[in-house]
Design a protein around this ligand. Structure first.
Ligand code: 9MG
Length: 281
């Protein structure tokens, strides 16, 4: 399975590591890491980006809007300011697929023009103009499932059959993409762990990961350092590496093709070991 991301092609025969690069002041795990003297420090962002590529990331996911409950809403202008210069700087320096974590049409268009290779939308291209903006790029799109809105999604998520409902939603968003001119080959599914789901829902989704997408559509998972790990293992956010690595490996074993993580080096090692077991030397 290959994914054409602008100037790069990813081979999804084995799972790829997507490194998280939040350029927000307030993300739940790494927010504010690149702010110095009141503004975003591009050199700090680039140092981190270079490190993640050295550690094994083939994709970097740049996000300018935090989806953490209680996060400040971000204007289109602010999001553009946080994302586009980072896309340009990384494109000039590094050989890596640049993913942009956005739901905003203008950010989709301008990031693609600046050299992004993938659009990652936690709102599955439901905001006004997002489907059309994504269609005008030739880039792959990651459609994520979320129940509710980031501010309130965790208050009381409810499903009759979480696996069937998440799959039905993603299939419906795939059809909306196809109807707008986004080819099926450009689409990635993501169950959206922790986005309007309790621990039982998250565990059911992971257990049944292969049922969440047709065989020809790659699945992306984001479980790294998430609060589910904190609750299930009683761990603070800086103590969630072992739980995150276990979930990365379990996802890969269940067919995930892209694993979105904070800890690139450790995840790359785990996935290499798994590959050695599946494909002996
Ligand atoms: C931006 N973001 C935060 N968590 C995520 C997840 O689980 N999947 C995707 N695609 N994006 C995410």
């Amino acid at each position: 399975m290959k994914l054409h991301c602008g100037t790069h092609t990813l081979d999804l025969t084995s799972p790829q590591v997507m490194g998280i690069l939040n350029t927000t002041p307030d993300s739940f795990s790494d927010g504010g890491s690149y702010y110095a003297g009141g503004g975003l420090d591009l050199d700090l962002v680039l140092q981190r980006a270079e490190q993640m590529v050295r550690d094994g990331a083939s994709i970097l996911d740049i996000g300018g809007e935090s989806t953490r409950p209680g996060a400040e809403p971000v204007s289109e202008a602010q999001e553009l300011e946080r994302v586009v210069p980072v896309v340009e700087a990384i494109r000039q320096r590094l050989d890596v697929v640049i993913s942009v974590d956005t739901s905003t049409a203008a950010v989709i268009r301008e990031s693609a023009a600046a050299g992004a290779g993938l659009i990652n939308d936690v709102r599955a291209l439901t905001r006004p103009g997002a489907l059309q903006a994504a269609a005008t790029t030739s880039l792959p799109v990651c459609l994520m499932h979320m129940q509710g809105q980031p501010g309130t999604m965790q208050s009381k998520p409810e499903y009759t059959d979480v696996v069937a409902e998440v799959r039905a939603y993603l299939d419906q968003r795939l059809q909306a993409c196809i109807d707008t001119g986004i080819a099926r080959e450009r689409v990635i599914y993501d169950p959206g762990f922790g986005f309007g789901k309790n621990d039982e829902h998250n565990l059911a989704l992971l257990r049944n990961l292969p049922q969440l997408a047709p065989d020809d559509i790659p699945i992306l998972v984001g479980l790294s350092r998430k609060s589910m790990i904190g609750r299930l293992l009683d761990r603070n956010v800086d103590q969630r590496l072992p739980g995150s690595l276990a979930l990365a490996m379990l996802s890969a074993q269940r067919g995930a093709k892209i694993i979105r993580v904070h800890d690139v080096a450790a995840t790359t090692d785990v996935l290499k070991m798994q590959k050695l077991i599946d494909h002996p030397l």
